[in-house]
Structures are given as structure tokens and as C-alpha cells.
Design a protein around this ligand. Structure first.
Ligand SMILES: [Zn+2]
Length: 295
């Protein structure tokens, strides 16, 4: 599932492509995904895009917001005049960057569920193969209080302080990896970055959170920020269906530390191979030498 760096990458690109534009029409092809009235959106200008952990809020000039959770396979794709132009075709026309193969069926296509028609000739498409994601119309003043966002824990780079992090971990005997991914405790960290942050700080994923030493907690706090920063630098990780609004894939999957590297030698000790097992149903990757578990 896309995590903080993936959704941040969407936010940054969308801010470039759609902010300042007016929504002229909305074509809803799947009522389950678009929850609200299109009349609350049509005619409004896009003012700002905010991100809360893995959720986006597109704030409009009329006091409403489009709150979007892409869940497993949602895609927000922009096509139109604001795409960065990488060159011109031989006919002298502007060329639009090609869509990744992960945009199955193209846009609009069989997996396109909502189309926002913007002024100036741009389109914003919401695609979703598995259809777990949603787009909700919510009053902007209520966005932060709304169910899902209101329950999110503090997030890295925003309000996740070391002091809070220490306190949360000291109070639970749940495994550290499960706590890192608990959105009510810490917002935005999912499976990829939890695995990599634990590898970076040499902590075994199944260590009970309350057993970590002060130094380990501090190290893990720093590692979370480091791996998320790397994720953002590479435009997120393209697993399943993740693409950025220009239709391109992220690159972090080529730079993971432990995630997805089972059977490959550990980059740090060069003695062991990364092992994989399932912890609370999620693929868990670790080095049996660097991240030894002493119970
Ligand atoms: Zn190792």
C-alpha cells in the first residue's frame, strides 16, 4: 500500500498541475468511489493540496474539499497542458510523457472511476483496479476532524517528536514492526519503510517495543526519517499500481535496504542473506546477523 513518500509524491506533482485550476465538470463512473455531490465541486477552483499521512485533501475555493484515499491500487493521473514537456515530436508538437504500464487500460479506461475536467484543457483521472480507494466531498473546515484523519497518530516530519515516540513504544509489548505500522500511533509508515527503518537501526522486527533501549529508540526514530526521505527523493516505490500524477513509476523499489530483498546478501555485513517471513500477515525482511533477536 502506498505510504507517506508515495502520497507526498502525488501531492507535490498535483500541486504543480492542478492548483489554480477550476473544476468545470465531474464524470462519476463509480458511485461507490465518489461519495458526495458533484454539484458541491463543479465551478470551484483548486486552492491547495494537503496530505495527512496517506490521505490527500484537495481544498476548493467554495469551502469544500475532495478527500482522497488511494488505498491499495488507486491512481491520480493528470493529463493536460501543465505536464512537463520533455521535448517535441518531429511534427513540432509538444510531447506528453508516456504512461507507465501500471496504468492498465490507460486514461480514461476501464479502471477510470472519476474524471475531473479542468479549465485550460487539463483532466485529472482517478483510476483504481481493486476499487478499495475513495474520493469524498467534505467541508474543508471538517477535514481534520473527519473519521479517518482525526484518528491518525502524529507523523514524521510534522508532529512526531522523539519524546512522543519513546512514550508510545515504552507502553506496549506489541512487536516493534507492528507498532510502527499502526496508523493510530504513527501516521504514514507502512510495510516497506517499516522494514527498511528496522534494518537501518539493526533492530529485529519482532522485538517487543517496550524492550528497546533508549539508544535503539533514538536510532529508530532517525532511521524512520532517513528512509522516508529516501522514498520521497525517489518519488516513492512502485509496487502494485503506484504511479505519480505524470503517469510515471517511482524508483524507491530499486533502492530498498531490506524490503523485497529476500535471498540477497545483506548490504551491511555481507555475511548473511536477507530472510523473509510473515509477521501479522505482512512480509517481513531482516538480516539474521545484523538484526539478531535476543529474547
Ligand atoms: Zn547484515
Amino acid at each position: 500500500m502506498p505510504e507517506l513518500p508515495e502520497v507526498e509524491s502525488i501531492k507535490l506533482q498535483l500541486s504543480k498541475y492542478v492548483v489554480g485550476h477550476k473544476i468545470e465538470a465531474v464524470d462519476v463512473r463509480n458511485q461507490k468511489i465518489f461519495q458526495g455531490k458533484t454539484s458541491d465541486v463543479v465551478g470551484a477552483k483548486i486552492k491547495e493540496i494537503r496530505r495527512f499521512a496517506k490521505v490527500l485533501s484537495i481544498d476548493l475555493s467554495n469551502g469544500n474539499s475532495l478527500v482522497i484515499h488511494i488505498k491499495l491500487t488507486g491512481q491520480l493521473i493528470y493529463r493536460g497542458p501543465n505536464l512537463s514537456v520533455k521535448g517535441r515530436s518531429s511534427s513540432g508538437r509538444k510531447t506528453v510523457p508516456p504512461l507507465s504500464k501500471k496504468v492498465m487500460g490507460g486514461v480514461p479506461g476501464p479502471h477510470t472511476h472519476v474524471i475531473f475536467d479542468l479549465d485550460g484543457g487539463g483532466f485529472l483521472y482517478y483510476n483504481d483496479i481493486r476499487r478499495f480507494g475513495w474520493v469524498k466531498v467534505i467541508k474543508t473546515k471538517d477535514v481534520e476532524k473527519t473519521g479517518f484523519i482525526g484518528k491518525l497518530g502524529p507523523e514524521p516530519f510534522k508532529d512526531l517528536t522523539l519524546q512522543y515516540f519513546e512514550k508510545v513504544l515504552s507502553k506496549t509489548a506489541r512487536t516493534i514492526k507492528v507498532v510502527l505500522m499502526d496508523q493510530a500511533k504513527i501516521g504514514g509508515v507502512g510495510n516497506i519503510y517499516a522494514n527498511d527503518a528496522l534494518w537501518l537501526s539493526k533492530i529485529n522486527p519482532k522485538t517487543p517495543a517496550s524492550q528497546l533501549s533508549d539508544n535503539e529508540v533514538k536510532d529508530l526514530y532517525d532511521s524512520i526519517h532517513k528512509v522516508l526521505k529516501a522514498g520521497m527523493k525517489y518519488g516513492g516505490a512502485s509496487e502494485l499500481a503506484f504511479v505519480t500524477p505524470d503517469g510515471a513509476e517511482g524508483e524507491y523499489q530499486k533502492h530498498t535496504l531490506a524490503y523485497g530483498r529476500d535471498g540477497e546478501p545483506c548490504e551491511r555485513c555481507h555475511k548473511a542473506k536477507i530472510q523473509k517471513y510473515f509477521l501479522s500477515g505482512r512480509g517481513t525482511y531482516f538480516c539474521p546477523i545484523c538484526q539478531i533477536y535476543l529474547s
